[in-house]
Design a protein around this ligand. Structure first.
Ligand SMILES: Nc1nc2c(ncn2[C@@H]2O[C@H](COP(=O)(O)OP(=O)(O)OP(=O)(O)O)[C@@H](O)[C@H]2O)c(=O)[nH]1
Ligand SMILES: [Zn+2]
Length: 211
């Protein structure tokens, strides 16, 4: 895990409205001097970075298939909407990390899907393609938070690795809030594997019906 020793700062802060009806005020922030040249952005609701001591934060990894197209293979789009709707009410910050496919990129994720259709699970598909289970490095999330002056937060996630990474990089996680579980026609095996092998905190029940 790389540390967030490099000092980043806010480059641009642009207001707009977001959400399914484009009626939720937010600001998009870009940054200078992140560890990589990936164009990670933050979405800030109700000026939570300057107005709240312990804002609600979601570190959301890019998922073109789920976030944009509502793919049935994962739960990313639903988690993103949940975060937007919660933060419209109480304020908060979404760090939208350009880490498509847990860091392997979109084309490789599509290759992994092809293997999954043949019965390989979500992590083993990565391994068969020559990648580790998860290539994401969350130190840049800590850099972005520090640039915004946020040193403690409530984290909206089921993934304890995100909490550990923030804490290793000097950000205090005061609370871990789970997201909803979004069962769809063909994501049950994906969710089960995230819980068993990825150690995500997901409460899955056998009779859970697709939404
Ligand atoms: N390689 C690969 N990446 C996937 C797959 N399904 C979703 N992703 C990517 O996984 C990332 C989301 O990570 P997840 O493991 O679903 O969840 P998380 O962000 O770690 O945890 P939460 O905070 O609880 O949502 C996004 O970048 C998706 O593009 C898959 O089958 N294979
Ligand atoms: Zn997804």
């Amino acid at each position: 895990m790389k540390s967030a020793e490099k000092l980043s700062s806010i480059r641009t802060r642009v207001p707009f409205q977001v959400g399914r009806r484009s009626d939720i005020p937010a600001e998009m922030l870009s940054f200078t001097d992140l560890n990589s040249d990936k164009e990670h952005v933050a979405l800030v609701f109700k000026n939570a970075d300057s107005q709240q001591t312990t804002p609600l934060v979601r570190i959301h990894s890019e998922c073109l298939t789920g976030d944009v197209f509502g793919s049935s293979r994962c739960d990313c789009g639903e988690q993103l909407n949940e975060a937007i709707e919660k933060m419209a009410e109480q304020g908060g910050i979404i760090l939208y990390m350009r880490q498509e496919g847990r860091g392997i990129g979109l084309y490789n994720k599509l290759d992994a899907y092809e293997l999954q259709i043949k019965g390989v699970d979500t992590y083993s598909a990565n391994n068969q393609l020559g990648f580790d289970d998860d290539l994401r490095d969350f130190s840049e999330a800590a850099q972005m938070l520090k640039a915004m002056g946020v040193s403690e937060l409530k984290l909206l996630s089921n993934n304890p690795k995100k909490q550990a990474a923030l804490e290793q990089n000097g950000i205090a996680v005061k609370e871990l809030q789970s997201t909803g579980v979004y069962r769809k026609v063909d994501n049950h095996y994906y969710l089960e594997t995230k819980a068993s092998r990825g150690k995500h905190r997901l409460k899955l029940t056998k009779d859970m019906q697709p939404s």
